[in-house]
Design a protein around this ligand. Structure first.
Ligand SMILES: *[C@@H]1O[C@H](CO)[C@@H](O)[C@H](O)[C@H]1NC(C)=O
Ligand SMILES: *[C@@H]1O[C@H](CO)[C@@H](O)[C@H](O)[C@H]1NC(C)=O
Ligand SMILES: *[C@@H]1O[C@H](CO)[C@@H](O)[C@H](O)[C@H]1NC(C)=O
Length: 312
């Protein structure tokens, strides 16, 4: 990484301490007020891809490969519907830099889960998607409104709920400083609206809340959420249109491991003949960008995405 971007990353990280109070409006009154005027956008497009026309990325949290693979009722069921990637590794620890890397091709020296901002000169996958007219959105469960930049707790019991660190594009100033982009960082209410209205985008990142992603619970809860969420979508024509879904985990729970995470490719873009199979090619979170870039001929950022293996 260039020295200038290291310096910028540190400067931004330090300024984050102040910015946090500015952005974290979690009291009910200020959230209500902001919600009433929040800008929200649901653009669509139909750019033909090489092997899929829609890409859906879901991250669950902090589970070693063997723990996830042993979840009989749900994660094994999901695996039976697609291809299990048995040699897929996360990039680092803790959570946040994995999310950041998955859309930006590098961690930008973010080494923690604390509030972070990455300089507006740093590009992401959405620069490449926008250049080719491929529509995109994030769907973050329990974010109180589109473009909300803080963390949000459950208003009844105070439990962790929506967290900024699990919203991959949110740390990039190149996204948040553009109001049209910010308006595409949405919640699950908007997912259901967009699904019902047949207005889902071609690229999306989906984050369940801190209960459902297993972070504050267990892989059993995460597996149950994932199946409950995905199973109906796998027969919904508003969701399926040569759709490729990658369900993965941000990182392993055990830091002293090889960071191999349970990952499955499902959706109608996966040929039925490959359902229930495994693939032991070496993949990592940079393969996500590489696959999307290859599919729509987007070029690349010249970062980790440049040499990563492509799913298919
Ligand atoms: C989700 O975001 C929309 C758009 O900003 C907002 O109207 C809605 O109230 C939010 N849903 C929840 C459950 O907070
Ligand atoms: C997460 O979402 C589920 C619904 O899917 C809800 O029951 C649960 O209370 C939410 N967790 C928190 C901490 O709000
Ligand atoms: C695994 O994936 C790689 C990369 O797409 C592909 O070249 C290979 O044929 C796949 N192997 C199997 C057994 O499907």
């Amino acid at each position: 990484m260039r020295v200038s971007s290291v310096v910028a990353a540190i400067a931004v990280a330090l300024s984050g301490a102040n910015a946090q109070t500015q952005y974290t409006a979690t009291n009910a009154a200020s959230v209500e007020a902001a919600r009433a005027t929040a800008r929200t956008l649901s653009p669509t497009s139909s750019v033909k891809g090489r092997t899929f026309d829609r890409f859906v990325n879901i991250f669950l949290e902090n589970t070693d490969f063997d723990m996830a693979a042993a979840d009989p009722a749900n994660l094994q069921w999901i695996a039976s519907q697609g291809i299990t990637l048995t040699n897929y590794k996360a990039i680092t620890h803790p959570s946040q830099p994995n999310y950041i890397a998955s859309v930006g091709g590098q961690t930008h020296w973010v080494i923690w889960d604390l509030f972070s901002r990455i300089s507006s000169s740093a590009r992401t996958i959405v620069d490449l998607l926008d250049a080719k007219g491929v529509s995109w959105s994030e769907y973050e469960q329990d974010a109180p409104y589109s473009g909300f930049e803080g963390d949000y707790v459950n208003q009844v019991n105070g439990a962790n709920d929506y967290v900024r660190k699990h919203s991959p594009l949110m740390s990039y100033d190149s996204v948040t400083s553009d109001l049209d982009r910010l308006a595409k960082l949405k919640n699950f209410t908007m997912f259901l609206n967009d699904l019902d209205d047949n207005k889902l985008p071609q690229w999306m990142f989906i984050t369940p809340n801190m209960t459902n992603d297993g972070h504050d619970t267990s892989v059993t809860v995460a597996g149950a959420w994932a199946r409950g969420f995905l199973e109906p979508l796998l027969s919904n024509s508003n969701f399926l249109s040569r759709t490729l879904v990658l369900l993965t985990f941000d990182e392993t729970e055990t830091y002293l491991s090889d960071n191999r995470v349970f990952s499955v490719l499902i959706g109608d873009a996966v040929p039925t003949s490959l359902h229930g199979t495994t693939n032991d090619t070496a993949f990592n979170h940079y393969s996500i960008m590489a696959t999307v870039e290859n599919n729509w001929d987007l070029g690349n950022l010249g970062e980790g995405d440049e040499d990563a293996s492509v799913f298919f």
